[in-house]
Design a protein around this ligand. Structure first.
Ligand code: NAD
Length: 490
């Protein structure tokens, strides 16, 4: 296992995140890791450059055939061991997710549980059937089998840093690929260094996984490197488009999991208490910094006042503060850039006529959970991915208008429908142009074995999860074999 996150922590550590850097040292200088809630210095991490990516990609290409030839049971054992290491150190990893990423403890615990699921699901992949026998001429044995791609480049974001790295790293490794992971520099420890440590402790052979925290520079170098056969990217639509262009030119496989502007539809027969609870969780979980966040609440006119009042009351009750030191429901936004963005969207929407029914303010890195009423489809709170704790409510007159407005976005990640009638919910769900839809639930849902992915500006139809990951991280090879050599007319 090779990684280059030179890291010193200020806290003593059971899980030795404070060990000196493994080789190779990275050449991009050092970045202070600051706790978003307090500004306190937590660690320093080494950053990668394009030259580091070059070295890692070449080393990964060299190491990959040996790893692919390792017995499937041994590969599975490494994945299981990584899960066991995480189980042993989950408290400490949770603290990193909280302090580095601004997560509340419940979000950190959820994330660790989901990462364990990813590792256990991935551990099952090496021994699953990976092809089938095909009809052919007598004397010819013909099969189609899935083979590894080679080196997979994984580029991951800061918002759910450990899970969104692991959901690609774990299956890619399990299926015999080598991996170069470039986590976001803002969560280099919880989205990078932790991944490296888990697999180092689990006994992954040297050179098979490289973790190179950094920004767009090393990310772009990874995408264009000729030794990297596939890019698994999770992040913004703008960057995803650029990566898709480069990967298209290079004819390499690319999996794009991008942004969302997800609709939560509340019909006039919904249980409004449950709907408001779903709406609050969907918009405010992890301060709304989730690709699946409920970005638009489309509410039937008959119940709009009552639903909005219930939602605003819930928002007003939620405590905001430092999630490491206080019992709060919402922590800080990741950085001032994100805070300014959320604030701009709220201010511009209010200027255009939206009403602030709860929140609307911010203090330091903390933005209050905010409910906006009287939102119309021309306002930024409707058209943009907010990525902050804001719940815009839009009134609709019937199911037809709900469907039309839900689909009136280029995004297509997830949606939810609240209704007292399952047939009505199913009929409506079938008309939503999203990769995921939930009836009588909220929009933020994931499980390690489901085909997770979006449509349109939310992604290129790639899917994460169990056998769907197998399809992403391997390719078909048609293989025939005869005992007697074939004779031909030439
Ligand atoms: P981002 O696109 O700015 O960054 C994501 C990653 O890409 C980071 O590691 C970043 O360093 C890297 N990167 C940036 N520019 C690059 C370039 N030119 N070439 C290569 N790599 C580059 O995303 P963000 O704004 O930090 O993350 C939030 C976004 O991610 C939101 O839009 C959110 O909806 C989306 N997201 C999607 C999913 C999903 O599963 N669909 C999950 C989480 C987040």
């Amino acid at each position: 296992m090779t990684h280059g996150t030179a890291l010193t922590t200020t806290a003593s550590s059971l899980f030795p995140l404070d060990q000196p850097a493994a080789t190779p040292a990275l050449s991009g200088g050092e970045l202070p890791v600051r706790e978003p809630a307090t500004g306190q210095l937590l660690a320093t991490v080494a950053l990668a450059t394009a030259a580091d990516v070059e070295a890692a990609a070449v080393a990964a290409r060299r190491a990959q055939p040996g790893w692919a030839a390792t017995a499937p049971k041994e590969r599975a054992a490494v994945l299981r061991a990584a899960a066991q290491v995480l189980e042993r150190h989950r408290g400490e990893v949770a603290d990193w997710l909280i302090r580095e990423g601004g997560a509340v403890r419940g979000k950190a615990e959820y994330e660790i549980g989901a990462v364990l699921d990813e590792l256990w699901e991935a551990a099952a992949l090496p021994t699953r059937p990976h092809g089938h026998v095909l009809a052919s001429e007598p004397g010819r044995y013909s099969t189609a089998r899935r083979v590894p791609l080679g080196v997979v480049g994984v580029i991951s974001p800061w918002n759910v840093p450990l899970l969104l790295a692991m959901r690609a790293v774990a299956p890619a490794l399990a299926l015999g690929n080598a991996v170069v992971l470039k986590p976001d520099a803002r969560t280099a420890v919880s989205g990078g260094h932790v991944v490296a440590r888990l697999f180092a402790e689990a006994g992954l052979p040297d050179g098979v996984l490289h973790v190179l925290p950094g920004d767009a520079g090393p990310g772009a170098a990874l995408v264009s490197h000729p030794d990297v056969a596939m890019i698994a990217f999770t992040g913004s639509t703008a960057v995803g488009r650029a990566i898709g262009r480069t990967a298209g030119e290079a004819l390499k496989r690319v999996s794009l999991e991008l942004g969302g502007n997800n609709a939560l539809i509340v019909l006039d027969d919904a249980d409004l208490g449950a709907a408001a609870s779903a709406g609050a969780f969907g918009s405010f979980f992890h301060q709304g910094q989730v690709c699946m966040a409920a970005g638009r609440h489309l509410v039937h006119r008959k119940v709009a006042d009552e639903y909005t009042a219930l939602l605003a009351a819930r928002a007003a009750r939620l405590a905001v503060g430092d999630p490491f030191r206080e019992d709060v429901a919402l922590g800080p936004l990741i950085d001032p850039v994100q805070l300014d963005r959320v604030d701009r969207i709220v201010r511009e929407s209010v200027r255009a006529g939206a009403q602030v029914l709860a929140g609307g303010t911010h203090e330091g890195p903390f933005h209050a959970p905010t409910v906006l009423g009287d939102v119309t489809p021309d306002m930024p709170a409707f058209t943009e991915e907010i990525f902050g704790p804001v719940a815009p409510v839009i009134v609709v007159d019937d199911d037809e208008e709900a469907v039309r407005l839900a689909n009136s976005t280029a995004y297509g990640l997830t949606a939810a429908v609240q209704t007292g009638s399952l047939p009505r919910g199913l009929a409506l769900a079938g008309r939503l142009r999203t990769g995921i839809v939930h009836i009588n639930d909220q929009t933020v849902n994931d499980e390690a074995h489901v085909p997770f992915g979006g449509r349109g500006a939310s992604g290129n139809g790639s899917r994460h999860g169990s056998e769907h990951s197998r399809d992403e991280f391997t390719q078909w090879q048609w293989l025939t074999a005869r005992q007697k050599p074939a004779r031909h007319p030439f």
